[in-house]
Design a protein around this ligand. Structure first.
Ligand code: NAD
Length: 456
């Protein structure tokens, strides 16, 4: 495909080389003649291991060239990638480079005689592509999204220092698509790549990039918070601490414990990267509190662990907020709860998120009826003391209910179908506190809401 990339920095040029060596004709648009000349001579204007060699190859086989003619090249493209900078200015994303190029691309689309997909590769906050880029493209082209041009957000995950390898052999390609036509058109550019391609709404693609970067940033700061506590504690070396932590199979699976799913090794660590109603049980809550208190006693500033505790304290209330968003009022309603223990396959109720949720619903005047596969009516005092009722089956809990909240990922709850909820409930409002249900539930006509997903 004919691809024009605006921006010849780390992302623009490396992506350009990678696409050029994978069956595309690429033009990299820059503003400075000196840089463009360097590119056309096969030299990268910045250092990135392995880039010069591949750039020279792409230039020599005429699959990549540099140019300063933005509009002219956009006009003749199948795909236009935006890879300009998005710096933070005064703690806010500065979109001026994006806005400037969107106007110029619009002028190119105006002159085009064919369908072009514009894809934002730069990292932008959710809403930018549709609310800022799209209106400028439509205004300056005088054309409408759909027939004349398509729109995508296609985040980049390469790492500087490893950018060539990351770009030539990516982990995944995320295509945020305004419509199916945009997504499938853009995917043709990646026809040579074998990694998974995820097609998602544009805002999801924008969010995915931030969630990924923020995760790694959090892990680094978390490691450094642990280092501070070690420094302040006599005779503890953080390197030895991490050695002991890293050997956990959830982080570094040994061959006998490797789980392979869709051709990927899945370390157990990944199971902690799902959103839900919060952690509970006999360890995480007390141990995080104890470590936080210890660090404060050492005279350290409250850090990530303090925030972890506060997020976990308020997370169950997000479930209650989902209930109130779906019911006009909670008072006088019957609410079913499926799953009481802090996680599936245990009967441990200590610090279970179900407890603050039941407490809050009862405070708001709801009649709460619970079921759990291993909490028998005999052992129910933990919930009956709060004023809730415990019954023997999910069916009985659902009977005549105005809402159901699923709080534990027990296998028997995972099997429940939309028709089961519809059959037994007065009003099929389903709050998924663990996100155990798939798209079929979303599309079933049930009023489905869950942690991390609510209706507008
Ligand atoms: P960069 O600063 O190296 O490159 C941006 C380039 O865009 C610059 O060369 C600049 O001159 C050019 N540019 C700006 N306005 C232009 C215009 N009107 N016409 C032509 N060129 C123009 O930035 P980068 O590191 O390549 O990052 C680009 C985007 O990708 C950012 O949003 C960044 O957050 C994101 N990203 C970066 C990395 C990384 O490791 N660097 C990884 C993933 C995503």
């Amino acid at each position: 495909m004919k691809v024009t990339i605006i921006g010849t920095g780390y992302v623009g040029l490396v992506t350009g080389v990678s696409l050029a060596l994978n069956n595309n004709k690429v033009v990299c648009i820059g503003r400075q003649t000196k840089k463009i000349d360097e590119i056309n001579e096969g030299h990268s204007p910045f250092f990135e291991p392995g880039l010069d060699e591949l750039l020279t190859k792409a230039v020599n086989n005429k699959s990549l060239r540099g140019s300063d003619q933005l509009i002219e090249n956009v006009k003749n493209s199948d795909v236009v990638l935006i890879a300009v900078g998005t710096p933070t200015v005064k703690n806010k994303i500065d979109l001026s480079q994006i806005e400037e190029v969107a106007k110029e691309i619009g002028k190119g689309i105006k002159l085009a005689r064919k369908y072009i997909v514009v894809a934002v590769k730069s990292t932008v906050v959710p809403g930018t592509t549709e609310k800022i880029v799209l209106p400028l493209l439509e205004k300056y082209s005088g054309k409408k999204l759909g027939k004349d041009f398509g729109l995508s957000m296609n985040p980049e995950f390469l790492r500087e220092g490893n950018a060539v390898e990351d770009s030539m052999d990516p982990d995944r390609i995320v295509i945020g698509q305004a419509d199916k036509k945009s997504g499938s058109h853009l995917a043709k550019m990646y026809g040579n790549f074998t990694c998974p391609i995820l097609y998602v709404p544009i805002k999801t693609a924008e969010m995915t990039k931030y969630a990924s970067n923020a995760l790694f940033a959090t892990l680094i700061s978390y490691s450094n918070e642990i280092a501070r506590i070690c420094e302040t504690t006599k005779d503890v070396d953080v390197v030895d601490v991490w050695r002991g932590v890293h050997l956990d199979h959830r982080l570094s699976p040994s061959q006998s414990k490797i789980v392979i799913k869709n051709n990927r090794v899945v370390p157990g660590f990944v199971s902690y990267l799902f959103s839900g109603c919060g952690y509970g049980g006999s360890c995480f809550p007390k141990d995080t509190k104890a470590l936080d208190a210890y660090a404060l006693e050492l005279g350290l500033e409250p850090g990530i662990i303090s925030k972890v505790i506060s997020i976990n304290r308020t997370q169950p209330l997000r479930v209650v907020a989902l209930v109130t968003s779906g019911l006009k009022k909670v008072k006088g309603t019957r609410i079913a709860i499926l799953g009481l223990t802090f996680k599936e396959n245990t009967d441990d109720m200590r610090e279970a998120p179900s407890l603050p949720i039941i407490t809050e619903l009862i405070k708001q005047g709801a009649h709460v009826v619970c079921h759990d596969p291993v909490i028998s009516v005999r052992k129910s005092s933990a919930v009956t003391d709060l004023g809730a009722i415990l019954v023997d089956s999910a069916e009985e809990a659902l009977k005549g209910s105005d809402a159901v909240i699923v709080l534990t990922g027990w296998a028997e709850y995972k099997k429940l179908t939309p028709s089961f909820f519809k059959k037994h409930m007065k009003n099929p409002l389903l709050i998924d506190g663990r996100r155990i249900y798939g798209k079929d539930m979303l599309e079933s006509g049930i009023d489905y809401r869950g942690i991390g997903y609510n209706k507008k």
